[in-house]
Design a protein around this ligand. Structure first.
Ligand code: MGP
Ligand code: SAH
Length: 343
């Protein structure tokens, strides 16, 4: 098993769990290793540049027009009694922390993105999704658990065809709408159904698995168990995919998953690569790559080797610069607050 760390600033405890897998040789890497690429961090636009680059309300209205109706940025949208577009005013309290990250989920959020409740806490942040999509570049990819489309949209930019499956029609409604905002709706085939039942009939080059983790409480467990804590049994899910479709699997799992359990899926003597995905210095999740998606299998790595690393470094630098601008702005805000209190 190979461990890659993206934007790792401080040593993470998961690293300490690694070396004892009997299934595969363990290779620890850090950000200085040549094949460690960095997931660009942070929201696409800093607070300041967002103000400048964000499209005005008109563009949101345009997005809604495509749906055959008009809406303003602040309008709540419901389908079959389910809210699929919250606003600053009606977002439930337990979703506040996700609302604060809305531009990290979708840089085009203000174009009228749809996210239902589960969508809010399960969406893959855009930069992580874009990174995974680069690594999964292929002809046909299956996104087995599409949700509101965080990954499917990015796959549409790197793969020839995306088969996007979800068991919930409301999720597919949101995903299709969001794909339209990103201009990739026609590159994605949306299928409503149970992936577990569909899998034996499907063919693809790569399968991406981002199943439900049982809600945000996944963090309460010290170690997340793929077998018992993923509703459809995460071990069975992996084996089913490998047996019927392809060994080239990317598996998006909680950051508290035991890497040894992930390595054991590769089988005796097999290899896999566990990647830690960081966003603004916070470990968000792990993505494990199996089969030919593992860098150790290809010579330069699926994302293009050192050139791609250099590109990622450059993007990182830009993000850090934006962070500094954010901090400067915050300091100004604090100064104003302090002056207000003192005055
Ligand atoms: P999080 O830990 O619930 O939130 O989810 P946050 O605010 O990003 O992290 P924190 O450090 O502030 O607590 C982290 C990421 O995990 C989310 O952005 C999603 O991409 C992913 N995620 C979370 N859940 C509950 C699920 C899930 O059920 N399924 C999938 N596929 N991804 C999830
Ligand atoms: N990666 C997605 C989020 C996935 S959340 C994103 O970035 O938007 C997990 C999704 O799995 C949910 O949308 C849920 O409806 C779907 N799901 C649950 N059980 C399923 C099944 N058996 N087959 C297909 N989809 C399923």
């Amino acid at each position: 098993m190979l461990l890659r760390q993206h934007n790792q600033k401080k040593k993470n405890t998961l690293t300490d769990l690694l070396p004892t897998s009997k299934h595969a040789s363990v290779m620890k890497t850090n950000t200085r290793d040549p094949y460690v690429s960095l997931v660009p961090i942070g929201s696409k636009y800093s607070k300041k540049s967002r103000k400048e680059k964000r499209k005005p309300v008109d563009s949101v209205t345009d997005a809604m027009h495509v749906q055959g109706k008009t809406a303003t940025k602040d309008e709540v949208v419901e389908v079959d009694g389910v809210v699929i577009k919250y606003t600053q005013n009606n977002i439930p309290e337990d979703l506040y922390k996700y609302w604060g990250q809305r531009y990290r989920y979708f840089s085009l959020f203000d174009y009228g993105v749809y996210l239902d409740r589960e969508g809010w806490y399960s969406i893959t942040p855009e930069k992580i999704a874009a990174h995974i999509a680069k690594r999964c570049r292929c002809g046909v990819i299956i996104d087995a658990f599409t949700g509101c489309g965080g990954n499917a949209i990015q796959f549409a930019f790197t793969c020839e065809r995306v088969i996007a499956i979800d068991i919930d029609p409301i999720k597919l409604h949101c995903a299709r709408h969001n794909a339209r905002i990103y201009g990739v709706e026609d590159r994605i085939e949306f299928i409503l159904g149970d992936y577990m039942a569909l899998a034996p009939k499907l063919k693809a080059d790569v399968v991406f698995l981002s199943p439900p983790w049982g809600g945000p409480s996944y963090q309460d467990a010290e170690i997340f168990d793929l077998k018992t804590m993923i509703p459809m049994d995460g071990i069975h899910l992996y084996n089913l995919t490998r047996m019927h479709i392809t060994p080239d699997i990317a598996y998006y799992v909680p950051r508290n998953t035991d890497p040894r359990q992930l390595a054991s899926l590769a089988g005796s003597g097999g290899i896999c690569e566990v990647e830690q995905n960081y966003l603004r210095n916070r470990l968000k999740n792990l993505t494990t790559y199996y089969g030919d998606l593992c860098v150790a299998v290809g010579d330069a790595g699926a994302d293009g080797g050192e050139d791609a690393n250099m590109e990622d470094w450059k993007e990182n630098m830009e993000d850090w610069k934006e962070n500094i601008e954010d901090w400067k702005e915050n300091i100004e805000d604090w100064k104003e607050n302090i002056n207000g209190i003192e005055g």
